[in-house]
Design a binder for this molecule. Sequence first.
Ligand SMILES: C[S@@+](CC[C@H](N)C(=O)[O-])C[C@H]1O[C@@H](n2cnc3c(N)ncnc32)[C@H](O)[C@@H]1O
Length: 257
Amino acid sequence: MKIGSHLFILYDILMLNNEELKKEVEKIKWFHKIDLGNDLVTPGRKKTFQEIKRIGIPENLEGKTVLDIGAWDGYYSFEAEKRGAKRVLATDYNIWAGKGWGSKAGFELARRVLNSKVEDKLITVFDISPETVGTFDIVLFLGVLYHLQNPLLALEKISSVTKELAIIETVCDMLDYNRPAIAFYPNNELMGDPSNWCSPNFLAMESMLKTVGFKTIKIFSKNPGGYRIDGKPGVNDPDAPNNLRILHNRAVFHAFK
Ligand SMILES: C[S@@+](CC[C@H](N)C(=O)[O-])C[C@H]1O[C@@H](n2cnc3c(N)ncnc32)[C@H](O)[C@@H]1O
């Protein structure tokens, strides 16, 4: 970006008073809650301030490079920058390309208001490689895996650009199955959302991450309890009928090179 356009954006932001900024925020369909300062928090439905605790992003990212794949409104990218990362690249595909109920507008506005240097690139995870984006100390892949038809290929791409640690948050299904297994959702079986395609169980996640080149895998967190296939809290009883039993949960994996 040229110096002139930086000055223009700064001028643009400085010219927006709080009321005008509130109106800009209201025009956008937000997914993330992001603190924009001056008591203004974006009205995203995702409780990002609570959620971040279960992700385990290192508190100190001084001097690190971070890639956030599937960044949407960019809360985790801005957080990585706040924690000292020297370079953050936010990428996304479906939502930024207009294939969903959201858009890239939230990311753009938050970046301007936060005066952030987070970079951005419209790219599918399947095109991620050292040639297209470079390599990064830390890669975030949060809430994206279960939206994909080819999870192993995505993890292979992630491994190719990770130098230290990849953090993967995902739905895990087939929890009562004691071999590596992946549930496949050809329609809208998982929580009624047709954009959900597959969920591996913990054993499948661990073995896929090892297959693509990570040496040590840790389950950083699991949600307490678990969910029925429709997304409601499930019954922890193996004899309960399939539609009432816990079948899936959400978990965070830390995969080290
Ligand atoms: C549930 S949202 C998660 C957003 C954010 N990472 C978070 O955890 O709050 C899923 C995101 O993945 C993105 N996505 C879906 N398919 C993708 C793909 N093939 N490559 C990159 N991003 C993708 C969507 O556009 C969306 O922003």
